[in-house]
Design a protein around this ligand. Structure first.
Ligand SMILES: CC(C)(COP(=O)(O)OP(=O)(O)OC[C@H]1O[C@@H](n2cnc3c(N)ncnc32)[C@H](O)[C@@H]1OP(=O)(O)O)[C@@H](O)C(=O)NCCC(=O)NCCS
Length: 85
């Protein structure tokens, strides 16, 4: 996060053996809490359309699809999802 007030969430990942145990939720809650504390007006991230667990997680925490980017990087589609804390 820079001084602009926009926070960018990079890749998050949980080890395969630990998935579906609430770690993803806990990580995202910390990110949102931190963004609120830092008075960010928006949190944004890029993800891929086939990462269904991640998309479900983001939707659950109020992220919305802001843009669907056709062949954005590496010749594949990306999704930009954002949340306004
Ligand atoms: C996305 C990821 C971080 C989620 O972490 P996690 O610890 O398994 O997630 P949680 O146990 O906290 O689950 C949170 C929510 O995510 C969604 N979710 C998690 N695993 C899922 C699965 N296999 N299928 C569908 N939805 C899933 C559900 O909405 C779940 O909520 P619920 O348990 O109430 O149904 C993990 O699956 C991962 O590391 N994926 C590979 C890397 C990746 O895609 N990173 C995101 C890049 S943008």
């Amino acid at each position: 996060m820079g001084e602009s007030g926009l926070a960018r969430l990079g890749w998050i990942g949980v080890h395969l053996t630990c998935e579906k145990n609430g770690i993803g939720k806990a990580l995202l809650e910390k990110v949102i809490e931190h963004c609120r504390a830092e008075s960010c007006y928006k949190v944004t991230l890029y993800t891929l359309p086939f990462l269904i667990p991640a998309i479900n997680l983001y939707l659950k925490y109020g992220f919305v699809l802001e843009a669907y980017l056709l062949k954005e990087w590496w010749n594949v589609d990306f999704m930009k999802m954002s949340r306004w804390p």
